[in-house]
Design a binder for this molecule. Structure first.
Ligand code: PRT
Ligand code: ZN
Length: 298
């Protein structure tokens, strides 16, 4: 295979992952001119080209080495690998979980269905757009059910008497609920991932890839972290360290002439929820500020 001189990355053209994928690349400092409807969009200041495609085709483009990188839901990758329709998808590596497009592939049944155990599903019909993943699950759990493959609107299948149950992606659960279905269990969790193949990678594109992935890691770390500042009684410091999840060694400055109160500045590696901030207030912290972080370079 001919070696590429520039990296190519496949991204969903329109849909749930499209905007966040482009926004991730922009946060990595990549500047694309997206005004024209071309297949490839050249990045002006980094040797990488963007290719907009349907999400279902992304594993294939990467497996074939047409693109060395792609942003796709784990659910799509797992399904392609399960049905083995795309040769070479086993050689695809997941370089990073990207923290968006989160959902789960779940089994759901009509509210009124009685199910005392998984074995009750023997002989059932299950509608899904994920036949490969569902078959793996059924085989693993030794359930002998029939799979009906539908390309969309899976949630209406029980009402139409096409199936006894469904296996579909769920995020809020609203779609299942409004169709009278109840979620039984998740087969797997999914989020958008950066996938990669070393096919067609040259020595120079290997270096570009390392540079690109360092930027992606920096953006993911920053998205997961917050910068927190507060004033607090000095004696509450140990307590505060316990309250803030993943707090790194904070900067501590004395406040005023006495040494009873201090200012604390720190990076928190996990989400800071309201109850965390309320716990900080309860131990005497005040003027608490939580700020987003744009980039983290270790
Ligand atoms: O046109 P193209 O083929 O590129 O896009 P698509 O229509 O196949 O996919 P799209 O844009 O709908 O989804 C792209 C990816 O987003 C999926 O492959 C998942 O990785 C991810 N994702 C995250 C979801 C959901 N959440 C999601 N909720 N994909 C689909 N859904 C659907 C689900 O199928 C169901 O119909 O939303 C409904 C359930 O949502 P809730 O919130 O009611 O539970
Ligand atoms: Zn699709």
């Amino acid at each position: 295979m001919e070696k590429a001189h520039r990296l190519k990355i496949a991204v969903q053209k329109s849909g749930r992952l499209a905007e966040k994928s482009v926004s991730l690349l922009a946060k990595c400092g990549l500047d694309f001119d997206l005004k024209h409807s071309r297949l490839f969009h050249e990045c002006k200041d980094f040797p990488i080209d963007l290719m907009f495609v349907r999400d279902d085709d992304i594993p294939e483009y990467v497996a074939d080495g047409v693109c060395q990188l792609g942003i796709v839901g784990e659910n799509v990758l797992k399904e392609k690998q399960a049905v083995k329709k795309v040769g070479g998808t086993d050689a695809i590596r997941v370089l990073a979980k990207l923290g968006f497009g989160k959902c789960r592939l779940s089994l759901a049944i009509p509210e009124e269905s009685n199910l005392s155990g998984m074995s009750d599903m023997n002989g059932w019909t299950i509608a899904t757009s994920y036949p490969g993943s569902l078959k793996q699950f059924l085989d693993l759990n030794k359930i002998d059910a029939k799979i009906v493959e539908l390309s969309g609107s899976v949630e209406i299948a029980p009402k139409l008497n096409i199936s006894d149950a469904v296996c579909d992606l769920v995020s809020t659960g609203g779609t299942l609920k409004s169709n009278g279905l109840r979620e039984l269990m998740a087969i797997f969790e999914s989020e958008a991932v950066m996938i990669f193949t070393e096919k067609s990678l040259s020595a120079s594109t290997t270096l570009d890839l390392e540079r690109f992935m360092r930027r992606v890691d920096g953006v993911i770390r920053a998205n997961q972290s917050k910068y927190i500042m507060m004033n607090a009684p000095k004696k509450a410091l140990d307590e505060i360290r316990r309250i803030i999840p993943g707090m790194e060694e904070p900067s501590i400055m004395p406040l005023g002439a006495g040494d009873e109160r201090i200012a604390i500045h720190a990076v928190a590696r996990e989400a800071l929820f309201w109850d965390t901030l309320e716990s900080l207030k309860a131990v005497g912290a005040s003027s608490i500020l939580v700020l987003p972080i744009e980039k983290i370079v270790p």
